[in-house]
Write a protein that binds this ligand. Structure first.
Ligand code: ATR
Length: 269
């Protein structure tokens, strides 16, 4: 039951109506019996968000597209990894009114892949060099893996590879040879009627772990092809759940009920 003590959390973005974060976080609050609620805020201009959080006592916010970069310069303190990644996906309001900007996307990617096996020393091909590619690349590198950035266009791919001190390969030249893990971070797969696979099936081999950050549809063409070859697969839902679980722990100091959060999201997908 909500009352005058109910703690307030939310997600801000534009558009935000289809966000699965409210379902996921409210399920976790309910499971642990916390007096808290998580709402969705459709925000076009993020400049007023810190003031709103302080004024209304909103203790934590998830940040989604298109505001992840804008928040970098709006917070009082920036976590070093959020700074390195050039994106904030989590805001925490401290007791003294300061707002801290963090990023849990990279840990979410790392933790989702760790579900499928160890990362240390593994060679990981990352398809795409946008914000999602950057999160995956930093996450796996922090876990001791070696990223190879594979991108359609040279400029963006080389820039990310340079930031990481990693190698770059043009998508058109990519063969998959020598790769232990392959992660699609492009949006290819979101529109199954028209989208092709981001790579030819010949690039995949049975010993690979294959992850797709696209989670709607849950089984993209890439995931289906990987499954049919006997690869271990990780779908994008796991990364979404894991980044959310870390937010929950930052905000509440409680261990996130990951299974309950996953089930809540699966039920609405
Ligand atoms: P996000 O921040 O969500 O990762 P983004 O910044 O738009 O999104 O980046 C999308 C990435 O997917 C880019 O690396 C893009 O390649 P380019 O740099 O060449 O644009 C890649 N991408 C998008 N559509 C693609 C497609 N049809 N085929 C191959 N790569 C694609």
């Amino acid at each position: 039951m909500m009352d005058a003590e109910t703690a307030l959390f939310g997600v801000m973005g534009h558009p935000v109506a289809h966000s699965l974060s409210p379902v996921m976080h409210n399920a976790a609050f309910g499971f642990l019996g916390l007096n808290a609620v998580y709402l969705a805020f459709d925000v076009k201009d993020p400049a007023g968000v810190p003031v709103a959080m302080r004024t209304f006592g909103i203790r934590g916010m998830s940040v989604t597209l298109p505001h992840k970069e804008a928040l970098l310069s709006l917070v009082d303190e920036l976590d070093p990894m959020a700074e390195k990644m050039g994106a904030v996906n989590t805001l925490c309001l401290k007791d003294d009114g300061r707002i801290i900007g963090l990023n849990t996307d990279w840990c979410g990617a790392r933790d989702a892949l760790l579900e499928a096996g160890p990362l240390h020393g593994k060679r990981v091909a990352i398809l795409g060099a946008g914000g999602a590619g950057r999160a995956v690349a930093f996450g796996i590198r922090e876990a001791g893996a070696f990223p190879l950035i594979v991108n359609r266009s040279r400029e963006k791919g080389e820039a990310l590879a340079c930031d990481l001190g990693a190698d770059f390969c043009l998508l058109s030249n990519f063969t998959g040879i020598g790769m232990d893990i392959l992660v699609n971070t492009t949006s290819l797969g979101m529109h199954p009627d028209v989208d092709t696979m981001p790579v030819q099936a010949a690039v995949l081999h049975g010993g690979m772990v294959v992850m797709d950050i696209v989670y709607n549809p849950r089984k993209t063409k890439l995931i289906r092809a990987a499954e049919s070859l006997g690869c271990r697969v990780v779908d994008g839902l796991e990364m979404f759940i894991r980044q959310g679980a870390l937010q929950f722990e930052l905000w509440t100091g409680r261990e996130a009920p990951v299974d309950c959060m996953r089930k809540a999201v699966e039920d609405v997908l």
